[in-house]
Every structure is written in structure tokens, then in C-alpha cells.
Design a protein around this ligand. Structure first.
Ligand SMILES: Nc1ncnc2c1ncn2[C@@H]1O[C@H](COP(=O)(O)OP(=O)(O)O)[C@@H](O)[C@H]1O
Ligand SMILES: Cc1ncc(COP(=O)(O)OP(=O)(O)O)c(N)n1
Length: 269
């Protein structure tokens, strides 16, 4: 059986995040990758130099072409740019009956560039989160979506309950933005409406974390496409991203990409 996964996201010309990170990750996880491009960005390890959005109808045409011939087992969203694209993707997901929709609510790149209009946070809450099987915000994204300040793991749990209440069936709050002074660990929280689970790794001191969130959620998408349970998929994603950060490639003059080969090629940690 060939499992297929679709990413609906922006293109990162530098290859570290967005569509490029997702497709490299799907490949590493032995899942056939497909893409619908929501925006082209001119981007490298130093930052985002330009954003050129697709129209909502261009995104819809890509989704229609893919779905009628190559229906995916799992779908992830990344940079969705604006309300129109969010609404189109949410409507398409509902009408197609996509069960495994993984929403990575990308808002701001690590360099500070905006990848989603501020007004579009409401559209994420009202349109996309209610149809999400899994949502994977980082801490600033969870704060923006819930209006809650997150200082520690206890606050993460409360935000996860809020996001579950908005309709997401599973909530993962990623801990990459906890400051080194708060913790020497990077702890991600999973909440399924009943129980909390924590996934912890040592916090790696490196500037090369560009695309960590995209890569992490792409592993979860690929593992779910293969039929694995959510807990196991998050466990694999945590191992994958920890290896990818530990063995980052050291390319570019800014925040470099992670190493998508490290986990499956068995680089010693
Ligand atoms: N410095 C780090 N050391 C170890 N793990 C990290 C580090 N930074 C991020 N991670 C992990 O990478 C994944 C993505 O998290 P995060 O960086 O918060 O996402 P985003 O890229 O969306 O901001 C999470 O599993 C997080 O725990
Ligand atoms: C095109 C595009 N999509 C998403 C991001 C953000 O990716 P993320 O994994 O959150 O990594 P950082 O940008 O935070 O390093 C992006 N930069 N570009």
C-alpha cells in the first residue's frame, strides 16, 4: 500500500520550512507527498524577503485536482495567508470528508515576518479548528488563539483545554519557545480531551531551528497517513525533530535548516 499525504502551505525558497520541509519529511517517512501552494515566499536562513499569495481559487483548483485522482490519507495545513484561503480550505476539507486534518496554525516566522494576517486568527478559530483532527500550535500561536498568557507547562495544559473546546480533536502545544531560563528541556503537550501526555527532550542550544514546527507536524501527518495512532505519531515526531535539530546542517548565514536525514539514517544522538 502506498500512503499519500498532502500539505497545503507556503513555499520557502530556502527549503527549510513550508512546502519544502513538509515534502522532504513525507519522503523520509516513506509517504507519497503532494502539495497545494498557498503562497510563494522569497526566503532564506536570514529571513523572509517577499510574500506572494495565491488566490483562494488557485488553492481550490489544486485541491480539486489532487482529491479527484490521488485522495490523501492525511492532510496538513501550514501558512494559509488570509481569511479567504482559510475558509476555502475548511469548506473543502468538510465536503471531502477528510478525517485526518492536521492544522499547524502558522502565524509568524522565527525572524519575525508575518505569514498570516492578524485578522485571520478569528477565521482559524471559527472555520478551521472545528474541523481539525490535530492542531499543533507553538506557544505564541497558542497564546494568540486562546488569549491566554503561557509561562509554564500548567498554562500550556489550560490552553490545550481551550483549543479542545474550540473543536480540535487532539491538541499538541509545542515547547520550542519556552526560554532556556525557564527550562533546560523542550516539552510538548498532547491533550485528547481526556488525558495529557508530555514529550520531553533536552533543549538543544543552536540557532539552527528554522522549520522545526513544519517538520514536526509533517512527521505527525505522515505517521497518521500510515494509520498509526496519534500518541505513537507524536512520539515518532519528537524523535525525528530532536535528531534533526541535533544534527542540523550548518548551512546559510542565519537560522539554518534542520537535518531531515538524521532520524532514519540512524545518526548517533
Ligand atoms: N532548541 C530546541 N531543542 C530541542 N527541541 C526543540 C528546540 N526547539 C524546538 N524544539 C522542538 O521542535 C518542535 C517544534 O517546536 P517549535 O520550535 O516550538 O515550533 P515552531 O517552529 O512552530 O515555532 C517541538 O517538538 C519542540 O519541542
Ligand atoms: C512558507 C513558510 N511556512 C512556514 C514557515 C514557518 O515555519 P516554522 O516551522 O514555524 O519555522 P520558523 O519559520 O519558525 O523557523 C515559514 N518560515 N515559511
Amino acid at each position: 500500500m502506498v500512503y499519500k499525504a498532502l500539505t497545503i502551505a507556503g513555499s520557502d525558497s530556502g527549503g527549510g520550512a513550508g512546502i519544502q520541509a513538509d515534502l522532504k519529511t513525507f519522503q523520509e517517512c516513506h509517504v507519497y507527498g503532494m502539495s497545494a501552494v498557498t503562497a510563494v515566499t522569497a526566503q532564506n536562513t536570514k529571513g523572509v524577503q517577499g510574500v506572494f499569495p495565491s488566490s483562494a481559487s488557485e488553492v481550490l483548483e489544486q485541491l480539486t485536482s489532487i482529491n479527484e485522482d490521488l485522495p490523501p490519507e492525511a492532510v496538513k495545513t501550514g501558512m494559509l495567508v488570509n481569511d479567504e484561503i482559510i475558509a476555502s480550505v475548511a469548506d473543502f476539507a468538510s465536503s471531502s470528508g477528510w478525517e485526518k486534518l492536521i492544522v499547524d496554525p502558522v502565524m509568524i516566522a522565527k525572524g519575525g515576518a508575518s505569514l498570516l494576517g492578524e485578522k485571520s486568527i478569528e477565521a482559524l478559530i471559527n472555520r478551521l479548528i472545528p474541523v481539525a483532527y490535530v492542531i499543533t500550535p507553538n506557544i505564541p500561536e497558542a497564546e494568540a488563539l486562546t488569549g491566554r498568557e503561557i509561562r509554564d507547562v500548567g498554562d500550556c495544559r489550560k490552553a490545550a483545554e481551550d483549543l479542545y473546546g474550540m473543536g480540535a480533536k487532539h491538541v499538541i502545544i509545542k515547547g520550542g519557545h519556552q526560554s532556556q531560563s525557564q527550562s533546560s528541556y523542550a516539552t510538548d503537550i498532547l491533550y485528547d480531551g481526556k488525558e495529557f501526555f508530555e514529550f520531553t527532550s533536552p533543549r538543544i542550544s543552536t540557532p539552527h531551528t528554522h522549520g522545526t514546527g513544519c517538520t514536526f507536524s509533517a512527521v505527525i501527518t505522515a505517521e497518521l497517513a500510515k494509520g498509526n495512532p496519534v500518541f505513537d505519531s507524536v512520539h515518532t515526531a519528537k524523535g525525528f525533530i530532536t535528531a534533526a535539530i541535533s544534527h542540523s546542517l550548518g548551512i546559510g548565514n542565519g537560522h539554518g535548516p534542520t537535518n531531515h536525514w538524521a532520524y532514519h539514517e540512524g545518526v548517533n544522538l
